[in-house]
Ligand binder design. Sequence first.
Ligand code: AMP
Ligand code: ZN
Length: 464
Amino acid sequence: MLRLRNTLSRTLEEFKPLDGNTVRMYACGPTVYDYGHIGNFRTFVSVDVLHRYLKYLGYQVRHIMNITDIEDKIIRGMLTERKSLEEFTGFYSQEFLKDCDALNIQRPEVMPYATKHLPQMIEIMRRLSDNGHTYQSDGSLYFSISSFPGYGKLSGLKLEGNLAGARVDVDEYEKADARDFVLWKAAKEEGEPRWPSPFGEGRPGWHLECSAMSMEYLGESFDIHCGGVDLVFPHHENEIAQSEGATGKPFVRFWVHTEFLLVEGQKMSKSKGNYYTVRQLIEQGHSPMAIRYLLLSVPYRTQLNFMLDGLGGAETALEGLRNIRRRVADFDGAVGSHPRVLEILTRAREGFEAGMNDDLNTSKALAALFEFRRDLNTAMDAGEFGADDRAGVLELLERIDSVLGVLGEEQELMLDPEIEAKIEERNSARRSRDFKLADQIRGELAERGIILEDTPQGTKWKRR
Ligand code: AMP
Ligand code: ZN
């Protein structure tokens, strides 16, 4: 039985989908104005682990993750770089998907773009206006938070003392600045993207898109909504107000929020400049699987203090797990099976599931996996392992990895001439200024434990 901590009820609740065996979940996706940093990917990896664990439990999962391709920072970026909206956001969306692939994040069923859902947003605004939740000012349309009695229920915000009619039209603001928020912004700046609507020419505020896309693909009430904790207020609070204000129905049952990834006690963020992107870490020779492992090794509701050293530890942990998998796969001793192995298998599966069922406690689940490794090594050393035990162990490892996604396929050790051929291929790509291919080759090598160092005497390599 899976229990999840629900931000809305502030308690641990047993999870059951609304509709039979299908889980409908929505996660706020990236704002595509730059490369994502590993703080962002901590949230995306945790959502991926939830998605995968729901499948492990036998549910059908319908998972939607939007791409925010219109927003204040995007407009600033496209205007500065003198690019069209599609050109600017198209590039960063593709790069985002590449990072997701590197981190073995499974694709959600639908990844809708905000700018492709203007009619759905306009429909919500129309319903909100009919229900008396909006007003117009300076050509923009605002949501009046005092018209929605449930405002504040997710974030615990108290509205007393709030200035009636005070407004914000920026996409991000703090709790202390709780105000009526903008649904539709009148076009102001020259060159700013704009669309026609019954409320005048303009563009949607950030919050509206997630109400529109989640309800479009999942219905007016659905099971799970995820995102990082910084989205609780105002983004998710505003989504609830818009969705419930329009439909009169409860919007989401479980709100699941991932805690921050910190660097020296501070949130990793673009504006603080204290960030690493996935590609930077790969270029430094860290394997994407170690990055994923590190990101998921701390339970999602606990802050994770990121340190580069941690990646070395993650690499060693993964090595240990791959070694036991190899040792079992290569076992060529006597046929037969041992009751001890059966016990070990049961304990490992139960331990893993107990950890995951406890609000996705990945550190407990990983502890069960390391105990599994230790017990298997002990049994094998003691000769209490037979060739018929192999299949069960490999199957359980594969099943556990269908959730964690960190072990990958068994890879052959790369031989020196193969490595040197790859380096030559990379050099030739660099000579013809195809840096994308060159980086890709470096990434492939890093993934297989080969680290490159470019020196004035040429490229040197070593095994990790
Ligand atoms: P953005 O692209 O800024 O909209 O953010 C994408 C996702 O990353 C959102 O769910 C954010 O809540 C999340 N996020 C941003 N910074 C961090 C961080 N330092 N740690 C964990 N999640 C984060
Ligand atoms: Zn959202």
